[in-house]
Ligand binder design. Structure first.
Ligand code: HXC
Length: 260
């Protein structure tokens, strides 16, 4: 049977909580267009399902997601990326009305961190690693990393992470304000499900409108910033440094950037 990119089930003993699992283990759950589209479709279906009140999104112990799929992006021109914009799956994911809890272990990098930050709360394993390594590929985050990270941890720390690609531990990410909770690796999924269950026990409309209102704290700034980030991201897809950065990743060598 064909392997499913995304597994969807109900939490054991709690049908009000849906658990979605990113399932490309060999690629460390790299987010390709098909997987993102399926995630967006599934979240829209769950929004229409009255039995589900909160959603947990997870990956594997080794990786929540190591980013956008570099192999797919390296073959993509700026023009092709623009064509894939409508509908943009990231916007559809961000529009989910039901609360989303990310359950993160292992690598949570690039588009993976952007996806976790698009969720409403992040429960992390002590072993989780966070970062925006796009700069080492000659690009920048393109799905909210420059914006949501800055809102979460402030300019000083966001700037360092975006401009150096440095990875941080779960402890450092928690201190910076990125995470809701850090727990031992054995417990990250069960803790995320328990937190989702607690939300699921509340009045469903209040939970949805509470989420909606918290998001409005930054919404107008965020919207402008996301569009701006996306422009810069797409511009970088027409540079030689992007081609070099992604080729170097695939060839497992260091890139040689030239500034063109
Ligand atoms: C495609 C990826 C991938 C990715 C890992 N793999 N990350 N494939 N896209 N983002 C693949 C590897 O090529 C390899 O495939 C397999 O997964 C296992 O990875 P390894 O590198 O062998 O594992 P390890 O040595 O443990 O290193 C783990 C790692 C490294 C540090 C996470 O894989 C890594 O640096 N990955 C890329 C991280 C990154 O730059 N993310 C940002 C992407 S850009 P093979 O076939 O060799 O076994 C981005 C922009 C999104 O996210 C913008 C939104 C639209």
């Amino acid at each position: 049977a064909e392997e499913k990119l995304l597994l969807a089930e109900r939490a054991e003993g709690d049908p009000a909580v849906a658990v979605l699992t990113l399932n490309r283990p060999k690629a460390l759950n790299a987010l390709n267009a098909a997987l993102l589209g399926e995630l967006a479709d599934t979240l829209e279906a769950l929004d229409a399902d009255d039995e589900v009140r909160c959603v947990v999104l997870t990956g594997s112990e080794r990786a929540f997601a190591a980013g956008g799929d570099i192999k797919q992006m390296s073959d993509s021109t700026a023009a092709e990326m623009v064509k894939r914009e409508s509908p943009n799956p990231w916007k559809r994911i961000a529009a989910a009305r039901k609360p989303l809890v990310a359950a993160v272990s292992g690598f949570c990098l690039g588009g993976g961190l952007e996806l976790a930050m698009t969720c409403d709360m992040i429960v992390a394993s002590e072993t989780a690693r966070f970062g925006q390594p796009e700069i080492s590929l000659g690009i920048i985050p393109g799905a909210g990393g420059t914006q949501r990270l800055t809102h979460a941890v402030g300019k000083a720390r966001a700037m360092e992470l975006v401009l150096t690609g440095r990875q941080i531990s779960a402890a450092e990410a928690f201190d910076a304000g990125l995470l809701t909770r850090v727990v031992p690796e054995a417990d990250y999924l069960s803790e995320a499900v328990a937190l989702a269950g607690e939300v699921a026990r509340q009045a469903p409309l209040a939970a949805q409108l509470g989420k909606d209102a918290v998001l409005k704290a930054h919404a107008s700034l965020l919207e402008v910033g996301l569009d701006y980030e996306r422009r810069n991201f797409l511009v970088l897809f027409s540079t030689e440094d992007k081609a070099e950065g992604m080729a170097a990743f695939k060839e497992k060598r260091k890139p040689e950037f030239k500034g063109r």
